[in-house]
Design a protein around this ligand. Structure first.
Ligand SMILES: O=C(CO)[C@@H](O)[C@H](O)COP(=O)(O)O
Ligand SMILES: [Fe+2]
Length: 218
């Protein structure tokens, strides 16, 4: 299975965001992960659609937009127009998840749902046919640089079983590093988000390659 790496630009230099997006593209990333936070669903504030639109010309790679906002539904169209390719809403922030997923697809975008660490996988059982991606949060959302919550490995494996042969990506976000990525992949993930592990040094290509090549310590 080919694993995709989606660097989170939450850890990029915001003063040079366009150049940073180009740099991770040049460094061999697969997708660009964009963390949208509202200071309400999560205790932090980040980008709105205007910033996404501004950095869109710096790469042709997939924009994977992780909406940590409540409510999300009224803003979905704005993020679609700004240049998102995948729009991910949080199950906990959406009273009408089924409707949001339908809306995202009706705008011609891929629809994803994200689950906080304490949220059970059962919330996606009746929307499987409307999903293109499931994002398992392996930290509590809001900040980069936190430690991976090991209990999520079991949830990743359960969701992998639920997905079966459906064409649904299984993305894992939070605390993913070259040291633990192999466990996340073994549990069933095929898309890894990494913020601090990619942007920690200037050699983004080496950092991405290290996550891709992650192996258990001998
Ligand atoms: O959605 C989030 C945080 O809420 C993530 O996308 C983080 O930005 C990942 O950062 P690291 O844990 O990899 O540093
Ligand atoms: Fe994220």
């Amino acid at each position: 299975m080919t694993v995709k790496i989606a660097p989170s630009i939450l850890s990029a230099d915001f003063a040079r965001l366009g150049e940073e997006v180009k740099a991770i593209d040049d460094a061999g990333c697969d997708w660009v992960h964009i963390d949208v936070m509202d200071g309400h669903f999560v205790p932090n504030l980040t980008f709105g659609p205007a910033i996404i639109k501004a950095v869109r010309p710096y790469t042709t790679k997939v924009f994977d937009v992780h909406l940590m906002i409540d409510p999300a539904q009224p803003y979905i169209e704005d993020y679609a127009k700004a240049g998102a390719d995948i729009i991910v809403v949080h199950a906990e922030a959406d009273k009408h998840l089924d409707r949001s997923l339908q809306l995202i697809r009706s705008l011609g975008k891929k629809a994803g749902v994200s689950l906080n660490p304490a949220t059970p996988e059962s919330v996606i059982e009746y929307v499987m046919d409307k999903l293109d991606l499931v994002l398992v949060m392996s930290v509590n959302p809001g900040f980069g640089g936190q430690s991976f919550i090991e209990a999520q490995l079991d949830k990743i494996a359960r969701i992998k079983t639920m997905i079966g042969r459906r064409p649904i990506d299984l993305e894992v976000d939070g605390g993913v590093t070259a040291d633990n990525a192999h466990k996340v992949i073994a549990a069933g993930a095929n898309v890894l988000v990494a913020g601090s592990a990619v942007f920690k040094t200037n050699d983004y290509a080496a950092n991405i390659a290290a996550i891709r090549g992650s192996k258990a310590a001998a």
